[in-house]
Design a protein around this ligand. Structure first.
Ligand code: C2E
Ligand code: CA
Ligand code: CA
Ligand code: CA
Length: 275
């Protein structure tokens, strides 16, 4: 009874400490990092459900810290966002992603994730616009992914930034759609071109009537708003079949392909065109 509870309390607090400790270590390593050296970009295919052809790739950050080893972006991106370090990461990542995508066939698009800090500051935005313009990559082939968390910052500033990027010719995707809290009127105010339906609605979709209904209505909503739609996190043949049935057009997920190394993109595309 008593001992057990005490033991658990101790265990809990040391777990908690370990987590704080590792966050502090990640933050420290981020502050010391040489991002141009330590960051690479992986690319995950986005494909057309009907033709099964690759339409584009999403750039995903990969960080190998000399002191901590490989750390997942699910871990370090939130810390980099909280501490404002994210904009120092965005610049080399965007440069690397555009450099790679410049080697791809003209009809293959690039998706790139931006965070609230990137959009909430005029200086950060200017740097991003400068990198896009300096790369020679056609902004009309670039989709910038933003999440609803960006709107909890200075919405006016974010709105202006998004408008600027749209005028430049970039597509604007609303990522993780359905998981945030923003009102539809706010979404409507932004010049969106695409929504990405979050993986949480897709897992086990074929045997979950609630998920099916949600995905179905999000597909209708995106169609009515004149937006493209990508369904994220498709892992199984059954999920894929259910999505095709619902009329979903584009998808992304382990069923088709996990993120791949930058040097494997061209052979991935090549293998696909082989009979
Ligand atoms: P996200 O933007 O929603 O990216 C999709 C994540 O889902 C990626 O994780 C991808 O590897 C993973 N994924 C793809 N298909 C499947 C699937 O079928 N099943 C499952 N379980 N997962 C799948 P990753 O690469 O670990 O990235 C995690 C998050 O970190 C991203 O979520 C994004 O929010 C953030 N992130 C990654 N790279 C960047 C970046 O360059 N900039 C910013 N601001 N955030 C980034
Ligand atoms: Ca994304
Ligand atoms: Ca997403
Ligand atoms: Ca996500």
């Amino acid at each position: 009874g008593k001992h057990e509870r005490r033991g658990r309390a101790v265990l809990f607090s040391s777990d908690h400490e370990a987590q704080i400790n590792s966050e502090a270590r990640i933050e420290q390593a981020l502050k010391l990092a040489d991002f141009a050296q330590e960051l690479t970009v992986a690319f995950q295919p986005i494909f057309d459900i009907r033709s099964q052809a690759t339409i584009g790739f999403e750039a995903l950050a990969r960080w190998s810290s000399p002191s901590l080893g490989r750390i997942s972006p699910a871990q370090f991106v939130p810390i980099a966002e909280r501490t404002g370090i994210i904009s120092a990461l965005t610049r080399p990542l965007l440069e690397k992603a555009l450099l790679e995508a410049g080697k791809w066939p003209d009809d293959v698009r690039l998706s790139f994730n931006l965070s609230a800090h990137d959009l909430g500051s005029p200086d950060n935005l200017a740097a991003i616009v400068g990198i896009i313009e300096g790369s020679g990559f056609d902004p009309g082939r670039l989709d910038l992914e933003i999440t609803e968390t960006a709107f909890t910052h200075d919405f006016e500033q974010v709105h202006q930034s998004v408008d600027r990027l749209r005028r430049l010719g970039c597509g604007i995707s609303l990522d993780d759609f359905g998981t945030g809290y923003s009102s539809l009127s706010r979404l409507h105010a932004l010049p969106l071109t695409r929504i990405k339906i979050d993986r949480s609605f897709v897992t086990g979709l074929h045997k979950n009537p609630a998920s099916l209904k949600i995905v179905k209505s999000l597909l209708v909503l995106s169609r009515d708003m004149g937006l493209d739609c990508v369904v994220e996190g498709v892992e199984t043949r059954e999920e894929m079949a259910a999505l095709r049935e619902l009329g979903a057009v584009m998808a992304q997920g382990y069923f088709y392909s996990p993120p791949i190394a930058q040097n494997d993109v061209l052979s991935f595309l090549h293998d696909q065109t082989m009979p």
